[in-house]
Design a protein. Structure first.
Lengths: 249, 230
């Protein structure tokens, strides 16, 4: 992606998140039950939805990678999952803060959505050790894609199982998203959601661009070394390269 | 000579028979699992400081023991293929590579059923007052075994072909198996309750386990080829 597009994307993200938070603090009313602390809802819930959506996007890119064999899709899958794991940390932290404020404990086991999210997060954390334990680049990409697809299918299954284990015990305290939310809260929520989603897109675009640029840089460096290799001996970088090593690619 | 390539089923049967024969001759997985499970029971007896168990605690001890014992077998199930060229052989043969997945899952299932045939009586002897909950628990355990076998056969080749072999398998499998453990424990805690088995949500949990098995079986079927091609 071009630098100007990235800049526009970043500015738009900052603008939307700024507008969303302005709406949250100055426009949306305090919730009757929980008061001011409920405002963390506008950060926590969009983060969680975007993180889960990002895992699904990672799985879809993984399917495309396996079908086409094109490493671009693997890079997209990796970066999607990477950004979502980072968002996942934020979800768990904001969730813990909300739990502490409304139930007096940093962690509660009878809130199925939180527990499900933790399990999904733990599974996706193992993506990194798996990926970096495989040296062969092509095999690494293939295995990572199979993992991303497996984990993508795991997400809904896990939410179902955890919900089934808890639904009889605990009422859905945060059932406010569906239906019960008044109009002004909805507006603030939607703007925040759009802002967070755009933040995810921006981060993913930046990382993909950085990856591609560093790939191009190392290709250029290799080409430079090769041409220096052909030049008379004793000049610059060629000395650092083992004989025959410059011939690859 | 003009011979047709063997059907997938024939390949599955051949590889499974090979695996079971190797296991019978070397006895390297199943006896270790039995010993491991018995030792874990003893450790739980002292770790929990209880001599009798019922309800959720009984189900938890039994299921966690089976899970850990299964990890032993899962870690080893593809080692021979890597060391002795089984992966290359199945690629070279005019056979469906997915057959290897089904054969390994079937072998794991057999190991786990043998493990349970031994571990359940031991568990009963060690911890239970009455074995009446164990019979309705059998379908639950069978579906759990299938879940362990299918996910194990899918994840194990990734772990076996990676640098950090014994680490990667359990690391991925433990979170992946949480829904299956939730379902099995949900059914088991009522079946092993102190006053005799009750069937609260029994059907729901069996359905969850069945769905889990089906989904990962389909994923393994669709994706396994990508794990063995090179």
């Amino acid at each position: 992606m071009k630098a100007s597009t990235l800049r526009t994307l970043a500015l738009l993200t900052a603008l939307l998140i700024g507008a969303g938070f302005a709406l949250v603090f100055f426009y949306a009313p305090n919730e009757a039950d929980q008061g001011f602390i409920q405002k963390i809802f506008y950060l926590h819930v969009p983060l969680a939805i975007v993180a889960l959506g990002g895992f699904v996007v990672g799985g879809i890119h993984a399917i495309r990678h396996l079908r086409s064999g094109d490493p671009v899709h693997d890079a997209r899958s990796y970066v999607s999952i990477h950004a979502s794991v980072i968002f996942g940390v934020a979800v768990l932290v904001t969730g813990a803060i909300w739990a502490k404020a409304s139930w007096g404990k940093w962690w509660v086991w009878d809130e199925p959505t939180l527990v499900s999210f933790l399990i999904v997060f733990l599974l996706y954390c193992t993506y990194y050790p798996l990926r970096y334990a495989i040296e062969d680049r092509e095999r690494q990409a293939r295995y990572a894609s199979v993992f991303a697809i497996t984990a993508g299918a795991f997400v809904p299954l896990n939410f179902m199982a955890v919900r089934a284990a808890e639904s009889l015990v605990h009422p859905r305290t945060f059932g406010t998203v569906d239906g019960g939310l008044p109009g002004d809260m909805w507006l603030a929520f939607l703007v925040c959601f759009a802002g967070i989603a755009l933040l995810w897109v921006t981060l993913v675009s930046f990382e993909l661009t950085a990856k591609r640029t560093s790939g191009q840089l190392s290709r250029l460096r290799r080409a430079l070394d090769e041409s220096a290799d052909r030049a008379p001996a004793g000049t610059g970088v060629a000395g650092r390269i083992a004989p025959g090593g410059a011939g690859t690619r | 000579m003009n011979r047709r390539p063997p059907s997938t089923l024939a390949v599955v049967a051949t590889v499974l028979a090979k695996d079971l024969r190797v296991e019978l001759r070397t006895l390297q997985s199943v006896p270790a699992m039995l010993l491991f499970a018995t030792t874990i029971f003893v450790i739980f007896r002292f770790g929990l400081d209880r001599t009798r168990l019922d309800g959720a605690l009984a189900a938890g001890v039994l299921l966690v023991t089976i899970l850990f014992a299964a990890l032993l077998a899962i870690n080893r199930i593809f080692v021979a293929e890597r060391e002795q060229g089984g992966f290359e052989a199945i690629r070279l043969a005019p056979a469906d590579g997915t057959a290897l997945f089904f054969a390994k899952a079937a072998a794991l299932l057999v190991y786990l059923v043998v493990l349970e045939a031994f571990a359940l009586p031991v568990f009963w002897l060690f911890f239970l007052d009455s074995g009446s909950g164990l019979v309705p628990l059998l379908p639950v355990l069978l579906l759990l075994d299938a879940a362990l076998a299918v996910t194990g056969a899918l994840i194990s080749p990734m772990a076996t072909n990676s640098r950090a072999r014994d680490l990667i398998g359990p690391l991925i499998l433990l979170p992946l198996l949480v829904p299956a453990m939730i379902a099995a424990a949900g059914a088991g805690q009522h079946l092993l309750a102190a006053g005799g088995p009750s069937y609260e949500q029994y059907g729901t949990w069996l359905a969850v386990l069945g769905l889990y098995d089906l989904i990962f079986l389909l994923i393994g079927w669709a994706a396994f080829d990508f794990l063995i091609e090179d």
